[in-house]
Design a protein around this ligand. Structure first.
Ligand SMILES: Nc1nc2c(ncn2[C@@H]2O[C@H](COP(=O)(O)OP(=O)(O)OP(=O)(O)O)[C@@H](O)[C@H]2O)c(=O)[nH]1
Ligand SMILES: [Mg+2]
Length: 699
């Protein structure tokens, strides 16, 4: 394997909506470039990049993976990413280490929800983008319609550099608007084609489309604009160089047409990647100066000190931890000792390798601009910088979304708790968007993630990779209790047995406080009705009792307890007695302070094609949601609402089936609010039954 330098490397992240054909397209590119002997198919579970058992089983990409194709003396690194909303952070991570995005769009559906999200993510990074309009062989595929939706939702300056030859099932090749030739592909999936003239009946259309392309290219560059006005057109060289320049400046986004399953247009896509997308050497790398903390841009060169960014970690039960990195400066060599600049530790590298899916090819060296991997680093994790001390730089870490949904997990085999936690620890290294831990209030082990599917996939990984089986249960809702009125109360503990008796007596006042203020204790004893040293015992008694709950065993919050009077016995009073008196007074007070139950309410944002907005709002209303806003972005509607957590446990399934998986949502904790009176009795009954160990139907 040749060692490539940055000028002959293209780093491309394939991003797009679920099922647009990203993985199939990578598979076709690898086949056409002769990297594999067999044309792998998603539908047969034989692609290079969907290698994980879960991916094969589900026929969807669940994590970013890496492949490369050598084409025209250039190494094209291809990062295949998931289209599922639950796994979008991997698409973001891939864009972060790529120099360009290949946005794959289904020619039947046009722009979809995730298309807009990945477009925006690439935009934020200022990445050049190429669009592959894929599945052009399908019924109702349309370049015109897709282009309209792309221009409306993504950018006005998306411009076809090809037209499809033949429609729908008759799709057989491409008309290249730069070369002004027609390329007809063999129908056997071999990716072979013949060059010919543009068919006469398409000549006019092709000429108009080329004219539009020339004008767009001219408009993107003042110098070319002048030439265009003088000569009325651009020369072939000016067009090619101008187009490349405009793409690199993210001013124009060219579009090509493909069928990934029929292997049509794919070699021309590879040509477009090499011809129009930036080489790794053409995009300076953004670094953080370790001393000043300021951003700086550095040219990508393999001269000088090394610096690499770890953008992904794989938890392999056999090979251990695999760290995937981009060399940004200098070069990384096998058996080198490197400095982890994030943790200020040193790591000894073993062999460094390139990844073709899961297949590792050891190489002596990986130069700036290239993507590689290394196994078994001691304490290097995703987001870390490996850099020579003398470089004195770091890379800005990526941020990952907080989990939106939690499930309670229990081991199927007793005693597997330790195994769960060590395996989960490793999976958390692989996937920073999951969460795992014991919930303080309910004491359950919670597995949190970006959605139902994410949690299921994590559970499946636990089983397949680490042999730990768990059951998933909807989590208990961390309800709380509070009071709605002030009340005075009395608690007296008195016991007269032989010898020392016990005596504690206190009067307290309970008052509601605003939401979120938890618990306050005030000592308002004057004149020594309770000796100083016993007041903390009263507080402790109230504290213990309020955590045990009054109505349904949930902690009581948002109130103030003031102790204002009491009495004592010079011999029999002790701390324990005053603690019990405090707790009795609390219970007495609760019985008169009109207690109620609080539930967590979530801020929810739902994204879906606008056609579904009405139905989705109706559904949120039926979940006791309060719609707080609605916004249209392109063809997507964003609905904002506040909805009780208890009503959101089943939301993802609903959203998926209601929108044909085209909707997605995000949710985070907002505040606690009172549960409506008619639902309280059920919650109380369920909690009581649970504490007594009785099975009850779901609330
Ligand atoms: N007819 C047709 N089917 C295609 C084409 N490209 C992909 N498919 C099929 O579409 C389905 C999805 O393709 P994938 O390559 O898995 O799509 P993806 O974008 O990787 O999907 P995710 O990984 O889930 O985001 C598979 O059944 C493919 O066989 C195409 O050009 N034409
Ligand atoms: Mg895929």
């Amino acid at each position: 394997m040749k060692v490539y330098d940055a000028a002959s490397i293209r780093n491309v992240a394939l991003v797009g909506h679920l099922g647009a054909g990203k993985t199939q397209l990578v598979s076709a590119m690898l086949f056409d470039a002769g990297m594999v002997n067999r044309f792998g198919k998603v539908d047969e579970g034989t692609t290079v990049t969907d290698y994980d058992d879960e991916e094969v089983a589900r026929k969807h990409t669940l994590a970013a993976s890496l492949a490369f194709a050598e084409w025209n003396k250039t190494k094209i690194n291809l990062i295949d990413t998931p289209g599922f909303a639950n796994f979008l952070s991997d698409a973001r991570a891939a864009l972060r280490v790529a120099d360009a995005g290949l946005v794959v769009v289904d020619a039947v559906a046009g722009v979809e929800v995730q298309t807009e999200k990945v477009w925006a993510a690439a935009e934020e990074l200022g990445l050049p983008r190429l669009i592959a309009l894929n599945r052009v062989d399908r019924e109702r595929a349309s370049l015109d319609r897709s282009l309209r939706s792309l221009r409306e939702a993504c950018s006005r300056t998306i411009i076809p550099i090809q037209l499809p030859l033949g429609e729908e099932r008759a799709f057989s090749g491409v008309i290249d608007l730069v070369a002004m030739k027609a390329y007809t592909y063999q129908s056997d999936g071999s990716g072979k084609f013949t060059e010919g003239n543009i068919p006469a009946d398409r000549a006019e259309e092709a000429a108009a489309a080329r004219e539009a392309l020339v004008e767009m290219v001219a408009e993107a560059d003042e110098r070319l604009m002048e030439k265009f006005f003088e000569a009325g057109t651009l020369t072939q060289d000016e067009l090619v160089a101008g187009l490349r320049g405009a793409v690199l400046a993210s001013k124009l986004f060219p579009l090509v047409v493909t069928s990934a399953t029929l292997n049509i247009g794919v070699p021309h896509l590879l040509d477009a990647i090499v011809g129009f997308l930036p080489a790794a050497s053409e995009r300076p790398v953004r670094v953080l100066d370790a001393k000043t903390g300021e951003d700086a841009l550095k040219p990508v060169t393999d001269e000088g000190p090394y610096a690499a960014f770890v953008w992904k970690t794989i938890a392999d039960p056999f090979a251990g931890r695999i760290s995937m990195f981009r060399v940004c400066l200098g070069s990384i060599k096998a058996d080198q000792t490197v400095h982890n600049a994030t943790r200020d530790t040193s790591e000894r590298l073993g062999s460094v390798f390139l990844l073709q899916g899961k297949t590792q090819t050891a190489v002596p060296e990986i130069k700036a601009g290239d993507l590689g991997a290394v196994a078994k680093l001691k304490d290097t994790l995703t987001n870390d910088t490996l850099a020579d001390r003398s470089a004195a730089i770091r890379f800005r870490p990526m941020s990952f979304p907080e989990p939106v949904l939690s499930y309670a997990i229990e081991p199927k085999t007793r005693g597997d708790e330790d195994k769960i936690s060590s395996s989960m620890h490793r999976l958390e290294e692989e996937d920073p968007t999951i969460g795992y831990g014991r919930e303080a209030q309910t004491k359950e082990l919670l597995l949190s993630g970006q959605g139902q599917l994410h949690i299921e996939v994590t559970v499946a990984k636990l089983k397949r990779r680490f042999g730990v089986e768990v059951t998933l249960k909807p989590p208990r809702i961390p309800y709380r209790e509070t009071i709605t009125q002030a009340a005075e109360a009395h608690g007296r503990h008195k016991k007269q047995t032989g010898g020392h008796g016990q005596f504690g007596d206190c009067k307290i006042k309970l008052e509601p406080l605003v939401r979120g203020s938890d618990f306050e204790f005030v000592d308002d004893i004057f004149g020594g009705s309770i000796p100083r040293n016993f007041v903390p015992a009263v507080e402790k008694g109230i504290q213990d009792a309020r955590l045990r709950g009054y109505l349904a065993g949930f902690p009581v919050v948002d109130f103030r307890a003031t102790v204002f009077d009491g009495s004592f016995h010079p011999v029999d009073s002790n701390e324990l007695s005053f603690k019990l008196a405090g707790s009795l007074a609390f219970k007495d007070g609760m019985s008169r302070a009109h207690p109620t139950i609080l539930e967590p309410v979530m801020n929810v944002e739902v994204y879906a094609p606008s056609d579904f907005a009405g139905d989705l709002m109706g559904d949120l209303n039926s979940r006791r949601g309060r719609i707080s806003g609605m916004d249209t972005r392109g063809t997507t509607t964003v609905i904002k609402a506040q909805v009780p957590m208890a009503e959101m446990l089943t939301y993802e399934q609903h959203l998926t089936s209601a929108t044909g998986a085209r909707g997605s949502y995000h949710m985070e904790y907002s505040h606690y609010d009172e549960v409506p009176a008619h639902l309280q009795a059920k919650i109380i009954a369920a909690s009581k039954a649970e504490r007594e160990g009785v099975e009850v139907e779901e609330v």
